[in-house]
Design a protein around this ligand. Structure first.
Ligand code: FPP
Length: 240
């Protein structure tokens, strides 16, 4: 028996021959997770926020350069106010926690994508602060899509080009006016749903998809590793 066992923090990470440069994750199934346990939907979101913490940390430790989490869509405002308020509170808690020590939180960059209009001044200020305080971090960029819609992103890019007087536009023109999110290599969607739901429409043009029946609050490192193992095997041809 070894005299010294490796501490958990020193555990070796699985090795991957190739990793997605940009991974997109649709955090789905919080409501069903709560319902199955006879809990309010908000309890599912709270647990989902914990999963977000675990998985974002793991992605960073594996060395994935960019990860986008779909946290709140432009359509999610239609949900009951109590549920929307609870989700906004979870964002606030996360940002306050990050603010207590932006360095300790890792060398990761936090960036929000989505429409800021409609979000409270208090939350907007915390979002600005998190972005500013982590802007020169060189680790993983964690994009949080909040009040985000892929169509809205494209329409707003086109409107910016129109206001600049463009009458004919190229793909590069549109790309230049989107949120500065790179092409997405893989999208993970748990909870048994197999659709894109207005997520990264432009950037997902050549994304590999990976689905799982596991509900987001139960999504763990093993599911992440399975998705990444599958990514290693995919033969990406980009239409060629
Ligand atoms: C979709 O599941 C989930 C959401 C609309 C909210 C996601 C928000 C979180 C995971 C909390 C994020 C917190 C931080 C700190 C980033 P659903 O509610 O539609 O699930 P259902 O399809 O089972 O009803």
């Amino acid at each position: 028996m070894a005299l010294f066992s490796k501490k958990k923090t020193e555990e070796e990470k699985p090795q991957f021959s190739v990793l997605p440069n940009h991974l997109g994750i649709i955090m789905d199934g919080n409501g069903r997770w709560a319902k199955k346990r006879g809990l309010p939907r908000t309890a599912g979101h709270k647990e989902g926020a914990e999963t977000f913490r675990t998985i974002s940390k793991e992605c960073a430790e594996l060395g994935i350069k960019y990860v986008t989490f779909y946290a709140f869509s432009t359509e999610n405002w239609k949900r009951p106010k109590e549920e929307v308020d609870a989700i906004m509170r979870l964002f606030k808690e996360y940002l306050l926690e990050a603010k207590r020590d932006f360095v300790k939180a890792g060398n990761n960059k936090i960036v929000f994508i989505g429409e800021r209009k409609g979000i409270s001044d208090e939350l907007n200020a915390l979002m600005d602060e998190a972005e500013a305080e982590t802007a020169d971090h060189t680790g993983t960029t964690i994009y949080l899509a909040v009040n985000y819609g892929g169509r809205q992103e494209i329409v707003s890019a086109v409107n910016k080009l129109i206001s600049e007087g463009k009458t004919e536009i190229t793909e590069d023109d549109i790309s230049s006016k989107l949120y500065t999110v790179p092409e997405c290599d893989m999208i993970i969607r748990p909870s048994g749903e197999e659709r894109l739901s207005n997520f990264l429409l432009w950037q997902a043009a050549y994304s590999e998809f990976w689905y799982s029946d596991v509900l987001w609050p139960d999504f763990g490192k093993e599911e992440l590793y399975s998705a990444l193992r599958e990514f290693e095997k995919r033969n990406r041809r980009f239409g060629g």
